[in-house]
Design a protein around this ligand. Structure first.
Ligand code: DAH
Length: 369
């Protein structure tokens, strides 16, 4: 929401691409931009309406932030698809902060930002794109299409979706990019794909997408349309596009960061320059895991975040062993301390490390070695 912030620039780039390429009657933008929705959603919206199976790993307590048994912080912007369709929107972009419990390194942070795009096609639009296409049949689900969709509508939707997203990728990364589609699985789309773009000699996954499961539309009260959807992470795109090396930088208050974007528009070409790179400092922490198997590494990572905040750059499990005599498993983690904006003193690092140690002992039921 902050003007000139690189995440805002990326959002503007995408919105600009969508608005310039998709217009409705009277030349108004076809896609509504929805960016003020409350990140606290129901489990129903985050999972059930999207047909996420009850035993899907993303539902685990160790993967999401739950408020109680009914509410959680959204783990993806897909959580809003159904409600927005119920409200009558059929072309929209949802932008917002999303929350996931995860490891600690340069590309993971418990909160990041996503954009979701949804486009529903009705018979009227269809008649302009192609003649005489039937949308529905009762057939078998195959790798190519859903049972209720005709082959024609599925192919047309796929082409429309891929065309939109390739255009977007080119608008972001340049007309000459190398890209590939990778077939994949999401509970809420079929078929589903990830788009990968070649960047600095590596394939980078930039988004997930697919043809929306007809059941989701049906349950939202829509019986005469077929839809496609995509979801992408803004941090990842900004890191690639501007060459931003660490996800914590998006939270920096340092002028060394913001001055590099302060005059930028979504059209500016910017290459981020690292500023005042501060030294690293690391400290290891080992403990015996509790016997009741209640320990999950994400609990530890969260606790390190709580205590260490932006002073922690990375946490990695460097040693794990089982002591037969004791019947206990030991984990040793290396915590790399480095603040993005200023050097840390040894004393500061020691204080944080000891706080982490203490919190670990008190809250995780482990025995610090
Ligand atoms: N929600 C997915 C995620 O967070 C991304 C995604 C994939 C969104 C496919 C979509 C979609 O709308 O169609 O990983």
């Amino acid at each position: 929401m902050q003007k000139h912030h690189p995440l805002c620039l990326i959002k503007e780039k995408i919105v600009n691409y969508m608005h310039s390429n998709y217009r409705s009657k009277y030349h108004t933008p076809r896609f509504a931009v929805v960016d003020q929705l409350d990140p606290v959603v129901t489990l129903k919206d985050n999972f059930d309406t999207l047909l996420v199976p009850k035993d899907h790993p993303s539902r685990k307590q160790s993967d999401s932030y739950y408020v109680n048994s009914e509410y959680m912080l959204r783990a993806h912007t897909s959580a809003h698809q159904s409600n927005l369709m119920k409200m009558g929107l059929d072309h929209f972009l949802v932008v917002g902060d999303v929350y996931r419990r995860d490891e600690i390194d340069k590309s993971h942070y418990p909160v990041f930002h996503q954009m979701e795009g949804v486009s529903l096609i009705d018979n009227k639009m269809l008649s302009k794109m192609s003649d005489n296409i039937k949308m529905f049949e009762s057939g078998e689900k195959t790798v190519e299409k859903q049972g209720v969709h005709t082959r024609d509508i599925s192919m047309l939707c796929e082409a429309d979706l891929k065309n939109c997203l390739i255009g977007l990728a080119k608008a972001l990364f340049g007309q000459n990019i190398e890209y590939r589609w990778v077939e994949c699985y999401f509970p809420f789309t079929h078929p589903s794909w990830e788009l990968e773009v070649m960047f600095n000699g590596e394939w980078m996954e930039v988004l997930g997408c697919g043809i929306m499961e007809q059941q989701i539309l049906h349950e939202a009260g829509i019986s005469d349309k077929v839809g496609w959807a995509f979801g992408l992470g803004l941090e990842r795109l900004a890191m690639i596009l501007y060459g931003i090396p660490d996800i914590r930088l998006f939270w920096s208050q340092d002028s060394g960061f913001h001055s590099q974007f302060k005059d930028a528009t979504h059209e500016s070409k910017i290459k981020f320059k690292e500023f005042g790179k501060t030294p690293q400092n690391f400290n290891d922490l080992s403990f015996w895991l509790p016997l009741d198997r209640s320990y999950d590494p994400n609990d530890f990572y969260d606790l390190v975040r709580d205590q260490g905040g932006h002073c922690v750059e990375q946490v990695s499990l460097i040693d794990e062993f089982f002591n037969k005599k004791k019947g206990l498993t030991s984990h040793c983690y290396r915590i790399v301390y480095r603040h993005m904006d200023r050097p840390l003193t040894n004393q500061e690092v020691n204080v944080i490390h000891n706080q982490i140690k203490q919190a670990v002992a008190e809250q995780l039921g482990v025995t610090v070695r």
